[in-house]
Design a protein around this ligand. Structure first.
Ligand SMILES: [Fe+2]
Length: 217
């Protein structure tokens, strides 16, 4: 259903990978981020609907998730990526013949998705809440650990201890607290926090970093 949309976004992001702000190798996964935010949005929306009985405009949420970071691909774009992304999406949806009201709703989600401090604002639509939660969720837990290792592995001289330190500094730190608003997302975050903590503790043990007396051996 969304194949053409994904292709369109991928073309923009891939093109900018060569010249734009996506030159570093991990940033090249920006398109993958959009795919994963799409899946998280869908998962959270389905479960939220089931649990709360509140209807979510899933189509608007899913389209917004696909396009939400498309403008990160634009080199030296003079506007915020959220504003620029909304403009790119609007152009695409108009060409596809979407209704004006639908387009406004989707572009509103994209234009505001970066304002994470507004997540607890009671006046924002549930689709924006879920998009912001999905955006945060995607960059945490297992994916975050992989990202830490990936970034560290790109350095010239690396070892497992460097990777462990990177995980402690970013994924571990990020997993503290719970930034989510809906109960569904809060539960997923807790699972992620447990995973990251357990992973870091196991790695610490595997590397012998927990052995305070190793200097005496
Ligand atoms: Fe994002």
């Amino acid at each position: 259903m969304y194949d053409k949309m994904f292709e369109y976004v991928k073309r923009i992001v891939d093109a900018m990978q060569i010249t734009g702000r996506l030159r570093s190798k991990t940033r090249a996964d920006r398109y993958g981020h959009s795919e994963r935010v799409f899946h998280w949005s869908r998962r959270l929306a389905d479960e939220y609907e089931k649990e709360s009985g509140v209807k979510v405009d899933k189509e608007s949420l899913e389209v917004a998730a696909i396009f939400h970071d498309v403008a990160y691909g634009i080199a030296k774009y003079p506007k915020r990526h959220s504003t620029a992304g909304a403009e790119i999406c609007r152009k695409y949806l108009v060409e596809c013949g979407y209704e004006a009201e639908k387009i406004d709703g989707i572009c509103n989600l994209i234009g505001k998705h970066s304002d994470k401090e507004a997540l607890f604002d009671p006046d924002i639509p549930i689709e924006l809440v879920l998009l912001m939660e999905a955006d945060l969720m995607e960059r945490s837990g297992a994916v975050s650990i992989v990202g830490d290792i990936w970034q560290e592995a790109m350095q010239d001289s690396v070892g497992y201890v460097h990777m462990y330190e990177h995980i402690k500094k970013f994924s571990y730190e990020q997993a503290e607290g719970n930034p989510m608003r809906t109960d569904v997302a809060k539960r997923y975050w807790e699972e992620k926090r447990r995973l990251v903590h357990m992973f870091a503790e196991q790695l610490e043990m595997d590397l012998g970093l927990d052995d305070k007396e190793k200097g005496d051996a």
